[in-house]
Design a protein around this ligand. Structure first.
Ligand code: SF4
Ligand code: SF4
Length: 266
């Protein structure tokens, strides 16, 4: 049966394509010398990378600046409401991962691997040492040392400063991993993802499952690219939820699964 795509999903896809195109254009413009503003200027993670330098020395790390810091703080605020929506509505690396995941799931193709929940939970902690190493070296050197390894930078900088041949090998490995395990980069390696996670767990926009309307088919859980057991509770409280709304699109029962803005009460 053909997949039903809701109006909101079209809005999300438009947002993903637009942001990816804008980032790519910025990368090409900088590479051709038509602009001085590269893709790093718009990366909120750059705000976290430069925060130590800003607090201790009142200066910014390398190419990061006020805009990165403002974007990072704004993103934390947004995450307290809309959870990790940035990851599935804005981030070009998340978008490319998702498109790869979709290609891998096309009819007739082999399904990507969904790791067992215990393995999945353990692997998600890998993001913590990745974050720690990046922050340690960036804060110590004052340089954005992650550039050559950063899929966002490699993808959009049009062979930017510090992108080497091995950077493309890293990018290819990350994308290939995304074919096997859905959203592998976002789940297991992204340093921004683990930074947002505790804020996202407090996020007020939540998916609510109404037991009386639910048929317990578990289509929502199977559709979730982040491996969240949507059908296993009355609300999605996981800090990993990106509000991609794949679960609501998959749900066949009207009104069983809805997005709600909730107050402080659980
Ligand atoms: S729970 Fe639903 S909205 Fe959240 S990540 Fe999974 S599919 Fe997307
Ligand atoms: S897809 Fe809808 S009906 Fe099926 S288990 Fe999930 S919420 Fe219930």
């Amino acid at each position: 049966m053909a997949r039903r795509i809701s109006a909101l999903q079209w809005v999300r896809l438009t947002s993903q394509v637009a942001v990816a195109a804008i980032a790519l254009t910025a990368g090409v413009r900088l590479a051709r010398g038509w602009s001085l503003a590269g893709v790093e200027k718009y990366c909120p993670f750059g705000g976290l990378e430069t925060i130590w330098s800003f607090v201790t020395r009142r200066s910014f790390s390398c190419a990061a600046g006020e805009l990165n810091l403002a974007l990072f703080l704004a993103l934390l605020g947004l995450t307290l409401i809309a959870r990790k929506a940035f990851c599935s509505w804005v981030c070009p690396v998340g978008s490319v991962n998702e498109w790869i995941f979709r290609l891998a799931r096309r009819p007739g193709a082999r399904l990507p691997l969904e790791p067992p929940p215990r393995v999945d939970r353990a692997l998600r902690w890998l993001r913590l040492p990745v974050l720690a190493v990046i922050l340690f070296f960036t804060w110590r050197t004052g340089e954005l040392v992650f550039r050559g390894y950063d899929p966002y930078y490699i993808l959009t900088s049009a062979h930017g400063h510090e992108v080497k041949l091995w950077s493309y090998a890293i990018l290819a490995a990350v994308l290939a991993l995304g074919v096997v395990v859905p959203m592998a980069w976002c789940r297991y390696l992204c340093p921004l993802g683990i930074t947002l996670w505790p804020f996202s767990a407090l996020g007020r926009l939540r998916l609510r499952r109404t037991q009386s309307r639910c048929t317990a088919c578990a289509a929502c859980s199977r559709a979730c690219p982040h491996g969240i057991d949507v059908a296993g509770g009355t609300a999605v409280r996981s800090g990993e939820c990106t509000l991609c709304l794949e679960c609501t699109d998959a749900c066949p029962a009207a009104g069983a699964l809805e997005l709600r803005l909730e107050g402080r009460k659980p």
